[in-house]
Design a binder for this molecule. Structure first.
Ligand SMILES: Cc1cc2nc3c(=O)[nH]c(=O)nc-3n(C[C@H](O)[C@H](O)[C@H](O)COP(=O)(O)OP(=O)(O)OC[C@H]3O[C@@H](n4cnc5c(N)ncnc54)[C@H](O)[C@@H]3O)c2cc1C
Length: 121
């Protein structure tokens, strides 16, 4: 068991008793997480924490997020009923959009370097 202070990480998916986290290696804690061995190492989780999202919203919904901030929106998009426009912005590297596409009606991408989608924020 590896011990370190908790870091807030969103639930990116929950399916068939498996929780998915999408994370970016930023510092020491996320670096340690990235080195965990599948099937061998264990992590202690505390949660879910926070207020969550209102899932009773219906109709046309816009979800807006940037970078790793897309993580909680992926699971939210799955759970919401309605027409979902998903706006996501990235600096340069675009990730996870093939999975996001499965659960949204329209996907709008922007990149700061213009490599994909709208150029800008
Ligand atoms: C609500 C919420 C949801 C988030 N969801 C995600 C997500 O889904 N995916 C994702 O990638 N990121 C997410 N983040 C951001 C993520 O929490 C940070 O990127 C992560 O905590 C960085 O941890 P780190 O150790 O790699 O970085 P560091 O910058 O090294 O450390 C993070 C924090 O821990 C403190 N710290 C580090 N070591 C110690 C120590 N020994 N003692 C005391 N304090 C210490 C640092 O001062 C810093 O404030 C979320 C953040 C919030 C607030």
């Amino acid at each position: 068991m590896i011990l370190f202070l908790p870091r807030p990480i969103s639930i990116a998916n929950l399916s068939n008793n498996i929780i998915t986290f999408l994370y970016e290696v930023r510092g020491k804690g996320t670096h340690i997480i990235s080195k965990l061995n599948q099937g061998g190492d264990k992590l202690e989780l505390l949660g879910p924490l926070g207020n969550g999202f209102d899932l009773n919203i219906k109709g046309k919904i816009a979800l807006i997020s940037g970078g790793i901030g897309i993580a909680p929106m992926i699971y939210l998009a799955k759970e919401l009923e309605g027409d979902i426009d998903f706006y996501c912005g990235f600096r340069n590297e675009v990730y996870y959009i093939d999975i996001i596409k499965e659960d949204v009606d329209n996907l709008f991408i922007s990149t700061e370097d213009g490599s994909l989608g709208h150029k800008g924020l």
